[in-house]
Design a protein. Structure first.
Lengths: 325, 799, 166
């Protein structure tokens, strides 16, 4: 049986205290919420913390004026099932409901999915396997096995909820030992397979605020091999505001095609002011797919995934357009 | 006399059903014994390398480590086939794939054992890895993978070459000769339960509980490697968490825990991690195939030439048989008047391949079904019609001497076409249906190690406490214990749950060759039938005497009564008269194979038949294929337990769909690309379509009550039927498995460019096949078997 | 050392509410619930297939919802109601799902069965007459290699029907 390494496990009573404990322990510590991403990675020795600091249970789902506030420890299942969220921001609820599998969503959290470790099939392997292949840049090695000529790590951002957060213009709250700050969700991410989060390691993501704008339709389309369990191999989130069939505004973001959730402003801007029809959808999807750079490090071939980016964008646009508001 | 069948043909729940739904079934990993140690195995981290040194000193110093083994401690090699004794429990001099076992540790807990494995230092001298069939056919760069077993400079393991009938004449008579190449990708069983074994050594006797499909083969391997007489070894099949062929070899961990238990005097357990299960493997051989077939204008086959090349991985396993199976069963579905078959199996630096559900035949079935589809399209004949015109006839003998008895091929076809509405299917782009057939053995006609003994032995004991049946076969979830209970109950006039079953325990049960090869219902069932009939006769005789009835036929057996007595009373009467009551039954298949070397692979006392229709949606833009529904008709001979038979059929269809659409093993930089349940794609609830099963009964003359197999055959037609359905939907062929969306798009691209509308292998490599063994075909109506057949061989001139 | 064997083991007294009983144990904090159930409590009805959250085999119920015991620390579920397969029957009387699985041979090798039964129980507790699609979605995290899922779906439907009329 695969087991966790020996760890100390701390249970602070507040997010501040968690940040403080994590800061004290420095590199020895990692934060854990639902554990569905971290525990497998620990069992495979992809991280080697000596201390786990539990993110304490945070407030649930609140509808305030103009936005939803979700405590970061809201489970993916709760978010997917929440009637208010499903009605107002169906794209976000769908994304949460498409993460992995039902039992995993009962433990996995929104905060965890926003911070999910970047993935690569040279990296998400046991210690013995990685040792056999000579380790990679992301852990214990000195080259990227996907792109050996590259100085960087190309592990793939694989969050389902992050691209929706981006297109909604969401903000996230980060708690430090002494203070908290609010940043745009987009500012949480860096285009690097290793240092993929812009927050301090000890900072606790405590909440995500999702603006609800009158008339905005949201959709998320996920591509994966099976109907469950799998991470996205391409995904598109759309926030679309229409006036009749004219596009007032549109934001599009992709997942699983880069080391960060990738907003593609050019595609959204292109649609702005245009009639939303098959032609404009196709053209926007073409633009959206351009910056996507799938590599040979997830399921199926990158040749095919690159082609599919356009398809998921089109499907997401069509799904958003079909929503009643 | 039993007028109607009582227990046979009725659906009974499995005997262990309640234990399994309550979490009470004890699987090997559930066993915890006092003072038990935990074992982990250090495995090779290079695909091909000489071991220069193994330093275990640091591992031995870790507190809690009790024993460390290396190859030096277990030097005797073993293997499932007598011709392939090429495995070591722990390799001493050389490793042949990433995952090859090198050293083992027993410690007070698994954490310590794993840490000790990490502390073992192995110094390797790397050798050039061989990862493909093409590379394996070339002269080895450093040395052959199986250096001690290779007489050649390349990595060819085994070649076979046969010509049955007059091939040249057959091709000369053809109006069309067509060639096609296909590739069947490797895949694995992925049982939900990871292999596990627990050993104890008490009173100079070794006991091993294991999640194995064949306690007898584990028994043999333990005796050989540990140099202990079999009488001092007991192997018990623990509750079984899924096999599909993957637990039919003896495995390193079984031998290692046994040696460790002997060494430490404590119980030792080893449960493989999921990654190690991928390395234990013995799954589907990746197989390249080349078909050349001649047909007349009406679609009748005149000759067929098949070449196969199997990527065997690093060890022999069942491979010497697997290579035959890719070619041998084609003739029991289609009437092929002249047939040449050449096969080669190569070694590569990958986990060893072996028998997975269908053992070698899904590859050949995939190829022949698609090949005939293409021929039909070329001739302008409906593929179903072309196939039907070539169906073998019941009670006939094939060109390669395989004997067909009951055969419901035509009935299965008719039923599945009708149920699916195949002929009237909507012909819209993106929607399609595909049809395919298959056949499989009800147990292999020849034992894997040469002997003239029965393949199945059963004992029945009856006393004042009731009836008990003893059999070495292992219920691996398919419900074979219930089938044996039904057979005994039928003969003794009881309900199946009145029969106690003792199975898969080498101390208690007579030898059975195990739960693989679809053999238990047929072979152990026949043995049980014989033992039960003998027992019935003993009891009826005693009862008749007591009742003063002369004609035994007048004694009714059934409903828990024998004559005018309850079963218990009858047992007392019989025991009083005869003393202890015990009967035996055995089953040995007759000799069926023809008068040539290698004729032992393929014969079976009876073949099951299946026909399937698969309905798909295929998207030309994305290449995504969705299976909407599967209809399958299966000739089961007689359905002893329809509930369990449909369970086997549905499971087989499911596994076939997985192989058709997503399951594959790929290797990269010498390593398994994705040894995990996340990345090895096994279909979920949401990926599995409705399956409609139709059971066809042909009452086989030799099966118990006419029964044949169900565990493997139904997987076979599903895979080519998916590909045929994709062609029906999009007009392109994917000539390999699995059908990934990219392959569909590549085929569409080829079509758009005016190239042949296909994606698949480009050609077949040059293989130095030997000159074929030329075999004179039998007469199609020559159904002789056994002594009669052998007498005929003795008289006939042989080349 | 990657094994972390050079580190001290932190132990904690953990109180679990397990199948309606209170259990108190002194445990290394890094042992998962799966390991504790099987190794410390001898509740071997909870099986395991990957220990990475990829197969669903080790599913247990936490406050009635299915979770993967291989990805849960006992300290994380202190005070919450844990149900394992051993807690599903009412004494000698099978839960209707267990009875239906037995009758329809929905358990072949039976290794995925405990996890699937618990996930199905959770579904029926919150949604007594689910559609087939809803059953498939609820059980989509639990892999089975034997049955092709057909008899499992039939058994869940049979149990739901019986529970509705009970």
């Amino acid at each position: 049986m695969l087991r966790l390494p020996r760890l100390r496990y701390l249970r602070p009573s507040s997010a501040r205290e968690a940040a403080s404990l994590a800061a004290e322990q420095g590199e020895l510590a990692m934060l854990v919420a639902g554990g569905t991403d971290l525990f497998p990675n620990l069992k495979r020795r992809q991280f080697e913390p000596e201390v786990l600091v539990q993110v304490p249970r945070l407030p649930g789902i609140r509808r305030d004026d103009g936005h939803f506030a979700l405590g970061a420890t809201v489970t993916l299942a709760q978010a997917a099932a929440d009637p208010g969220l499903r009605a107002a921001l169906p794209g976000f609820a769908q994304a949460a409901g498409l993460v992995s599998s039902p039992p995993l969503r009962n433990a996995g959290t929104i905060g965890g999915n926003l911070c999910v470790d970047t993935r690569c099939n040279y990296y998400n392997q046991s210690f013995e396997w990685r040792k056999s292949i000579g380790f990679c840049l992301k852990k214990d090695g000195d080259i990227c096995l996907v792109a050996p000529g590259s100085p960087r790590c190309w592990a793939v951002s694989s969050s389902d909820t992050a691209p929706v957060a981006l297109v909604l213009g969401a903000t996230v709250e980060l708690a430090g030992p002494d203070s908290s700050r609010v940043i745009p969700a987009a500012a949480l991410y860096r285009d690097d397979g290793i240092e993929y989060l812009a927050k301090q390691p000890h900072e606790v993501l405590t909440a995500i605020n999702l603006p609800v704008e009158e008339g905005v339709r949201t959709a998320y389309v996920k591509l994966r091999r099976r109907g469950s369990i799998d991470f996205p191999i391409a995904g598109a989130a759309v926030a679309l505001k229409l006036d009749g069939d004219l596009v007032v505004s549109c934001r599009i973001a992709l997942t699983a095609v880069a080391s960060h959730p990738l907003e593609v402003p050019a595609a959204g801007e292109f649609l702005s002011g245009k009639r939303l029809d098959q032609e404009s959808i196709t053209a926007a999807a073409e633009l959206a797919a351009k910056p996507a750079k799938p590599l040979d490090n997830t399921d199926l071939t990158h040749f095919w995934r690159k082609k599919m980016v356009r398809v998921v964008v089109e499907q997401a646009l069509a799904a958003a357009a079909a929503q009643s508001v | 006399m039993t007028a109607d069948l009582g227990s046979i043909g009725r659906s009974f729940a499995k005997l262990d059903g309640s234990a399994k739904v309550r979490g009470q079934a004890i699987y090997a990993d559930d066993i915890a014994l006092p003072r038990m140690l935990h074992c982990r195995i250090l495995r090779a981290q290079a695909p091909h390398a000489r071991i220069l040194s193994v330093d275990t000193s640091a591992a031995r110093r870790i507190p809690g480590v009790v024993a460390v083994l290396t190859g030096r401690d277990l030097p005797i090699r073993f293997g499932i086939l007598p011709v392939s004794q090429d495995e070591a429990a722990l390799e001493e001099h050389k490793v042949r794939y990433v995952g090859d076992p090198v050293a083992a540790v027993a410690a007070v807990d698994e954490e310590t054992a794993a840490a000790a494995c990490e502390a073992i230092k192995v110094e390797y001298q790397l050798l050039e890895p061989v990862m493909t069939i093409d590379e394996a056919l070339r002269e080895a760069a450093d040395e052959p993978i199986q250096e001690a077993f290779s007489k050649r400079a390349d990595n060819i393991h085994r070649m076979v070459s046969y010509e049955f009938g007059d091939l040249a004449a057959g091709f000369a008579a053809a109006d069309l000769v067509r060639e096609d190449v296909f590739f069947f990708q490797g895949n694995t069983h992925l049982p939900m339960e990871q292999h596990s074994a627990v050993a104890t050594y008490v009173d100079d006797r070794l006991t091993l509980w294991s999640s194995t499909q064949v306690v007898h083969y584990v028994h043999r391997a333990l005796s050989r490697v540990l140099e202990l007489p079999m009488s001092r070894i007991r192997v018990i099949g623990a509750a079984h968490g899924g096999g599909f062929g993957g637990k039919t070899d003896p495995f390193a961990h079984e031998i290692v825990v046994a040696r460790l238990a002997m060494l430490t005097g404590r119980p030792v357990k080893c449960t493989l991690t999921r990654e190690e299960v991928f390395y234990a493997h013995r799954g589907r051989h990746p197989t390249l195939m080349w078909y050349r077939t001649g047909v007349r204008r009406d679609g009748r086959i005149t000759a067929m030439h098949l070449r196969t090349a199997l990527d065997g991985g690093a060890y022999g396993s069942y491979g010497a048989a697997s290579v035959f199976y890719t070619g041998t069963l084609q003739t029991v579905t289609y009437d092929i008047p002249a047939y040449k078959f050449e096969g080669v199996r190569v070694y590569t630096n990958k986990p060893p391949c072996g028998p997975k559900r269908g053992h070698g035949t899904p590859q050949g079935r995939f190829g022949i079904e698609l090949h005939l589809e293409k021929i039909a399209h070329e001739l302008g004949i409906d593929p179903v019609e072309l196939k039907r015109r070539n169906f073998v006839k019941p009670f006939s003998r094939a060109v390669n001497w395989l004997r067909v008895t009951s055969c419901g091929l035509e009935e299965c076809t008719a039923k599945v076409l009708e149920a699916s509405g195949y002929a009237a299917r909507p012909r819209t782009v993106g929607h399609g249906m595909g049809f395919a057939i298959s056949s499989y053995m009800s147990g292999a006609g020849t034992a894997i190690y040469w002997n003239d003994m029965p393949h199945s032995e059963v004992q029945i004991k009856v006393d004042r406490t009731g009836a008990t049946l003893y059999c070495g076969a292992m219920d691996i979830g398919q419900g074979s214990d219930m089938v044996l209970a039904q057979v005994a109950a039928e003969e003794l006039g009881l309900e199946p749950r009145d029969i106690r079953l003792v199975t898969a325990d080498t101390d208690l049960t007579p030898v059975d060759l195990g739960s693989y090869s679809s053999r238990v219902t047929f072979m152990a069932g026949n043995a049980a039938l014989e033992a039960a009939r003998k027992m019935r006769s003993l009891i009826v005789t005693a009862v008749a005497e007591k009742m003063g009835v002369a004609d035994l036929e007048e004694i009714d057996v059934g409903g828990g009564r024998i004559g005018e007595f309850s079963f218990e009373e009858a047992c007392v009467i019989a025991t009083t008269k005869l003393g202890a009551l015990s009967t035996t039954g055995s089953y040995k298949p007759p000799r069926i194979g023809g008068p040539f070397k290698g004729s032992g692979v393929g014969p079976s006392p009876a073949y099951s038949y299946s026909a399937a229709v698969v309905e798909v949606e295929a998207d030309a833009r994305t290449g995504l294929v969705t299976v909407l529904k599967v209809w399958i008709a299966h000739d089961i001979g007689r359905s002893i337990n329809p509930l369990l038979v449909t369970g086997q059929v549905e499971g087989g269809v499911y596994m076939g769909l997985g192989e058709a659409l997503m399951e594959e093993q790929e290797f990269r930089k010498g390593l398994h690309k994705w040894p995990s349940m996340l990345e090895y794609k096994s279909p979920t609830f949401l990926d599995t379509p409705p399956i409609e099963t139709i059971l066809v009964e042909t009452i086989d003359p030799e099966g118990p009550y006419g029964a044949k197999e169900a565990g493997q055959g139904p997987l076979l037609p599903v895979i080519p039927a998916v590909n045929a359905a994709v062609f029906d939907a999009l007009g392109v062929w994917v000539d390999e498995t699995p059908i990934t969306p990219e392959k569909v798009l590549r085929a569409l691209q080829a079509k758009a460019k005016g190239n042949p509308p296909r994606h698949g292998p480009k050609g077949f490599p040059a293989v130095p096949y030997p000159d074929p063994i030329r075999v004179e075909p039998p007469r199609a109506d020559d159904l002789r078997v056994g002594a009669e057949l052998e007498a005929a061989f003795a008289q006939a001139p042989q080349d | 050392m990657p094994s972390g064997l050079d580190r001290d083991v932190q132990k904690a007294v953990v109180r679990l509410r397990l199948n309606g009983e209170e259990v108190e144990l002194l445990l290394p904090v890094h042992k998962t619930l799966l390991e504790v159930l099987r190794e410390d409590l001898a509740l071997t009805g909870t099986k395991h297939g990957c220990e990475l959250g990829e197969c669903g085999t080790c599913t247990v119920l936490i406050d009635g919802s299915p979770q993967l015991s291989c990805l849960v620390l006992p300290l994380q579920v202190e005070g919450r109601a844990i149900t394992t397969i051993e807690g599903m029957a009412a004494g000698a009387v099978d839960h209707p799902l267990q009875a239906a699985f037995t009758e329809l041979a929905a358990a072949q090798c039976g290794y995925c069965t405990p996890g699937i039964l618990l996930a199905a129980k959770s579904l029926l507790d919150s949604s007594p007459s689910p559609t087939r699609q809803e059953i498939q979605e609820a059980l989509a995290g639990n892999l089975c290699r034997c049955t092709g899922y057909a008899k499992i779906l039939e058994a869940v439907e049979l149990a739901a029907a019986r529970m509705a009329t009970a």
